[in-house]
Write a protein that binds this ligand. Structure first.
Ligand code: ZN
Length: 337
């Protein structure tokens, strides 16, 4: 039996579309000087033609026709999140996530998404310049203890994906809670016009943290949001905090600053909407899903499932909605929407 692939055909199509769009924007961003040079060259050639007694209009008319839609892209891309002007990720595809989809994954995921969110099957088509958000609901029904490097080229390894914590009072598994919040968040972001990709829409998947992160990288996500909940030895521990990558040379040095900026915006939004205890921010060096990321990434820990009060709150639809709203407000502010 082959390993379950992490991507369905729909996701693959969306990814290809995003990549095409981002490539075009990058080309234009880099092409700024190139275009100036081409324009000067064209003027020069035109002048030569005139000097030689030819019709300059013909010479100028031979330039490729100007596509106004490209200017729109260029203009909007500069006003968007920090990633749009970053260089293309130089990531070699070392871990080679399988791209071919299994029909089982698609069949299983579609009904879950519709039933939980009450959203129409096909969300509104996002605008060409829509910010791209990748949401990773942490964990999955069963953890996978096979090991993978905690960063590119690292000898240090961690389990591909752990099984997560569980509500001490309600018994809710973390993977279920964070998926429910993620689906609410997706709905809010899509309503606001963002393009959203999910690393999973069902519990029955086997997707490692590197594979989840590769989806965000391939989508050149403006923000990669990994939703988790906490567990602690003491039942009194409670509150919300947001983790972000500390700068590690060659791994996260290029994304640490924008990630921290995103965390600084998202954390107060979460506290404002939930009234939870404010545990602030945490810079981390030990998280595979950070160290493999080429795009700004945050990991909100939305509460302690080992605290009876917080666990009970987290089990309610209303409180999950407040968390999703807090996240959405911060994320949209970060990507400039
Ligand atoms: Zn977790």
């Amino acid at each position: 039996m082959g390993k379950r692939p992490p991507r369905d055909p729909q996701t693959k199509d969306v990814l290809l579309d995003i990549q095409r769009r981002k490539r075009r924007r990058r080309l234009l961003a880099y092409g700024g000087w190139g275009l100036t040079a081409v324009a000067l060259l064209v003027l020069f050639v035109g002048a030569v033609w005139v000097t030689l007694g030819n019709d300059s209009d013909v010479a100028l008319g031979e330039n490729p026709p100007f596509d106004p839609s490209l200017t729109t892209d260029l203009t909007t891309s500069t006003t968007m999140g920090p990633t749009t002007t970053r260089p293309p990720p130089p990531r070699p595809d070392t871990t080679a996530a399988p791209r071919v989809a299994s029909p089982t994954t698609t069949a299983a995921s579609a009904p879950v998404a519709t039933a939980t969110t009450g959203q129409p099957a096909s969300p509104p088509t996002p605008a060409a310049d829509a910010p791209v958000i990748v949401i990773d609901p942490g964990h999955q029904a069963r953890g996978n203890n096979e090991l993978e490097p905690i960063g590119p080229g690292s000898a240090e390894r961690k389990p591909k994906v752990s099984s997560g914590t569980r509500g001490t009072t309600t018994g809710t598994p973390e993977h279920e809670l964070v998926l429910a919040v993620a689906l609410k968040l997706r709905a809010l972001l899509e309503q606001a016009g963002a393009q959203v990709l999910m690393t999973r829409e069902t519990a029955n998947v086997d997707i490692s943290n590197i594979e989840r992160t590769q989806l965000a990288n391939e989508a050149s996500a403006d923000l990669y949001v990994r939703i988790h909940a906490d567990g602690a030895g003491s039942s009194s521990a409670r509150g919300i905090h947001v983790l972000y990558p500390a700068a590690i040379d060659g791994w996260t040095d290029d994304i640490a600053a924008p990630s921290k900026q995103a965390a600084q915006i998202v954390q107060p939004g979460l506290i404002r909407n939930t009234g939870a205890k404010d545990l602030g921010l945490d810079a981390r060096t030990d998280i595979s899903g950070f160290n493999w990321s080429d795009v700004p990434v945050i990991l909100p820990e939305i509460g302690f499932m080992t605290n009876p009060d917080e666990d009970r709150l987290l089990a309610t639809d209303a409180y999950r909605g407040r968390i999703a709203r807090g996240l959405a407000e911060g994320i949209l502010e970060f990507v400039g929407k």
